[in-house]
Design a protein around this ligand. Structure first.
Ligand SMILES: [Zn+2]
Length: 220
């Protein structure tokens, strides 16, 4: 695909009002970390000349998302993000757009450090181009992450985990190829140490930049 036609939409994770989504000691917050990585990916892709936008850079809900409960705000947030992506698909062409939502996984409920580690990418079931994009991202993760933190988990969203069901929305309701990356675990001590190191931030950024560029390069 012509580089000038590609339209990359980066998705931030959650809102500051979403409960949980942090390390057991509260120091690592998924919503904040996601926005830092998304900004780095945005800057690098822009620097090499791609059209790229961030769906929701702010931490707090906007007027349309504000609700009586965090759950209501989450529902509105996910709907807002999908509408944002689909409006861009309508404007720039669905075939030219792609959506990459950047998250950090969790194994427990946030009260204790857990053993689970690793990197994963999710797609909605049955969308070929999303699978292709996911595979390019996975290949970069395999290449760039340290050996002890890279295992591949791939799932559709029928596994019943409520967190994934909430995020599933942005993969199934968006018209263009869409993937969600879970970049290691926020409740694993070693993963958090790696994620917050400069070398870790650079690796997580590069997985997304190179994965997206390689995906675009093979598009007809
Ligand atoms: Zn998340």
């Amino acid at each position: 695909m012509d580089k000038n036609k590609a339209f990359i939409i980066l998705g931030t994770a959650h809102l500051a009002t979403t409960p949980g989504k942090c390390s057991p000691d509260g120091k690592f917050r998924e919503c904040v970390y996601s926005r830092e990585i998304v900004k780095r990916v945005y800057e690098e892709l822009s620097r090499i000349g791609y059209h790229v936008v961030i769906d929701y850079p702010d931490l707090q809900p906007n007027a349309q998302m504000k609700g009586a409960t965090w759950k209501q705000e989450q529902t509105r947030e996910l709907s807002w993000r999908s509408t944002f992506v689909n409006n861009l698909c309508a404007k720039y062409g669905t075939a030219n757009c792609m959506y990459v939502s950047i998250h950090v996984n969790a194994a427990g409920n946030g009260s204790a450090w857990m053993n689970a580690r690793g990197w994963a990418v999710y797609t909605s079931p049955g969308t070929t181009k999303s699978d292709t994009l996911a595979t390019y991202l996975f290949n970069e993760a395999k290449e760039l992450l340290p050996n002890d933190s890279k295992y591949y988990v791939r799932a559709d969203w029928s596994d019943g985990d409520p967190d994934y069901e909430a995020n599933f929305y942005v993969l199934t309701k968006t018209k263009c190829p869409a993937v969600l990356t879970e970049n290691l675990f926020q409740d694993n001590k070693a993963d958090v140490a790696y994620l917050t190191s400069e070398i870790g931030k650079q690796a997580i950024t590069k997985i997304h930049v190179d994965g997206i560029v390689n995906y675009i390069n093979q598009l007809k």
